[in-house]
Design a protein. Structure first.
Ligand SMILES: [Zn+2]
Length: 144
């Protein structure tokens, strides 16, 4: 298993109802082997599996090695994420903490070499609250 130290949160920058199949198509067209994200949260708050977490993703240029990519469907420069999407994101990150221990939770734009608005201002501004909400239960952390 590769070492995982952080999570990057993304938006699709597409209309909210465009989900995994459209994102996969775009990524294949860019020459990726499969969708670059590990998880996709759709407009209903469903968590869809993209690439396996055991595989390196393709979501933050030059910072994919130790990271997991989660994409929330929508363009959050222009609209607010839905409560169901935020709940799903919180649930997903909690489950990743249980599996990998506490991880850094970043927005794509936090990576210094990124020139992007991703995950959009409305989602980005919610990340501090999200980080503080997610509890780390040390007992449940599996050591790997
Ligand atoms: Zn991104």
């Amino acid at each position: 298993m590769r070492k995982i130290s952080k999570i990057y949160v993304h938006h699709s920058a597409l209309p909210r109802d465009k989900s995994l199949s459209e994102i996969r198509k775009l990524h294949l067209a860019r020459g990726f082997e499969d969708v670059g994200y590990h998880f996709i949260i759709d407009s209903k708050g469903e968590i869809l599996q993209g690439r396996s977490v055991e595989e390196t993703g393709a979501h933050v240029k030059r910072d994919n090695i130790e990271s997991i990519g989660i994409c929330v469907c929508g363009n959050f420069e222009e609209e607010q994420p839905l409560p169901s999407q935020l709940e799903a994101l919180e649930k997903l990150i909690s489950s990743l903490y249980k599996r990998f221990g506490k991880l850094q939770v970043l927005g794509h734009r936090d990576y210094s070499e990124s020139d992007t608005l991703c995950p959009g201002r409305y989602l980005y501004q919610l990340l501090p609250e999200l980080r503080s909400k997610i509890k780390v239960s040390q007992n449940s952390v599996e050591k790997r």
